[in-house]
Design a protein around this ligand. Structure first.
Ligand code: FRU
Length: 427
């Protein structure tokens, strides 16, 4: 085939790891070692004019969280809080409706800090009109050089869903951080329908959240991302492999064929990251869960720890688990992977506050950042639970990775994302 790129032609074939229904039956909410401590309903708000959610710390290609000239930098999905639009005739601001509407107007903004917390708002990364679609969804900012050049990998959504990158530069001064460039978006790829489900195959398809990395073993540039397994909606089979070793009485899967999440892999032709080839999924969740979002790696002790976030509401019939971060571990990039803690669950929300946090990102130092979604507070009528909407940084927690197991061991400050290495970029 004349069009087959040289870099993938000889790529060793591998089999996707199946996260089975039997594995997922081992997911237990409220195990204290895999449950995020309760978030106080009196949490502080980063910015009362903005909602923020998915948080993307500036990092290098090997995953190290970096600062530049002593400034830590994070990128966030961001939307204006819009009370003018969501206040009724009686003057009641429906913050929940405002919050739920945010995905359609998501913009990537940046923040900087001297302390790894106390974030100062820097503004939008791309100016209005630069990104080709209506939504700027999650990805990964990569510091490429000591001159402050950054490749922001992200997702262009609606119409379609395309993984893209935009290059710019971070500049520092004694008083803060600015960005320049980020004016030309390069579209990299969309779902192919062969490995990854397309919009034609399923209007509820998921294809987003690129996270590039250097394989510590072969040194090549790869990317993980969220996808669904290719095939028309409703045609996926849940066979013995997808079931796993389920107990007697667990053969009825209801409508589980509609849940087809997977963690995708792509390989770049070279370190520039301009040309990519799709490879088969690393982990599939057919019949288990429909969303394996924001996948990312931690490399430790010769192991590949592959993390992904998922929701309670995206589990298939007959299965359940908390919103939170799940993990899979292997000695090889292409697997086979073992679900961490036997089930996959690494850090979930407590059942008493099921939506307190989401979009966890596990850093190589074991710190896990996430955002606050909503925290319930009691009212005189116990059936009438009220929620306080977050749209702000959650307390960072520390987990300990111990072989195939993990333990939550510490709660730190809200939005604490300390750099692991500082780069001098001012010339
Ligand atoms: C996770 C997520 C991402 C997506 C973004 C959209 O919170 O669903 O997968 O990029 O939020 O707002």
């Amino acid at each position: 085939m004349a069009n087959t790129p040289v870099y993938a032609k000889n790529y060793p074939s591998y089999t996707s790891t199946i996260w089975t229904r039997a594995d997922a039956l081992k997911v237990h909410e409220d195990d204290p070692t895999t449950t995020q401590p309760l978030v106080d309903k009196e949490f502080p708000i980063l910015n009362d004019k903005l909602f923020i959610w998915d948080t993307m710390p500036l990092r290098s290609l090997d995953g190290t969280i970096v600062s530049v000239d002593g400034w830590s930098v994070i990128f966030t999905l961001t939307a204006d809080r819009s009370p003018e639009k969501f206040t009724d005739a009686k003057g009641n601001y429906d913050i929940t409706a405002d919050w739920n509407d945010r995905h359609g107007r998501a913009r990537i903004c940046f923040w900087y800090s001297r302390t790894g917390k106390d974030w100062i708002f820097g503004g939008r990364v791309m100016k209005e009109g630069v990104s080709p679609t209506t939504r700027e969804w999650a990805g990964t900012p990569i510091l490429l050089s000591k001159k402050g050049v950054v490749d922001l990998y992200y997702t262009c959504v609606t119409p379609g869903a395309t993984i893209a990158k935009v290059r710019g530069r971070i500049k520092t001064s004694s008083t803060g951080v600015t960005v320049e460039g980020f004016t030309t978006v390069k579209e990299l790829f969309s779902a192919d329908g062969k490995y990854y489900q397309t919009e034609d195959q399923n209007t509820y398809w998921n294809f987003r959240d690129p996270c590039p990395f250097l394989d510590p073993v072969d040194g090549r540039l790869y990317m993980v991302f969220e996808g669904n397994v290719a095939g028309d909606r409703g045609t996926h089979q849940i066979g013995t492999n997808e079931m796993g070793a389920v107990p007697p009485g667990y053969s009825n899967v209801g409508g589980a064929r509609y849940q087809t999440g997977c963690i995708g892999l792509a390989v770049a032709s070279d370190i520039s990251g301009d040309n990519w080839e799709l490879l088969p999924p690393l982990v599939t969740a057919v019949g288990v869960n429909d969303q394996t979002e924001r996948p990312h790696y931690v490399f430790k002790d010769g192991k590949y720890y592959l993390f992904t976030i998922s929701h309670k509401y995206t589990y298939a019939d007959g299965l359940t688990g908390p919103d939170g971060v799940y993990g899979f571990v292997s000695e090889n990039l292409t697997g086979p992977y073992r679900p961490m803690n036997s089930s996959g669950l690494v850090l979930g929300n407590p059942s008493s506050q099921p939506y307190q946090t989401y979009s966890h990102y596990v850093m190589p130092n074991g710190l896990v950042t996430s955002f606050i979604d909503s925290v319930p507070f009691p009212t005189p009528n116990p059936d009438d639970l009220q929620y306080r909407i977050g749209g702000t940084e959650a307390p960072t927690v520390r987990i300990k990775l111990d072989g195939d197991r993990s333990f939550v061991v510490e709660t730190l400050d809200y939005g604490y994302i300390p750099a692991m290495k500082d780069y001098t970029i001012s010339s």
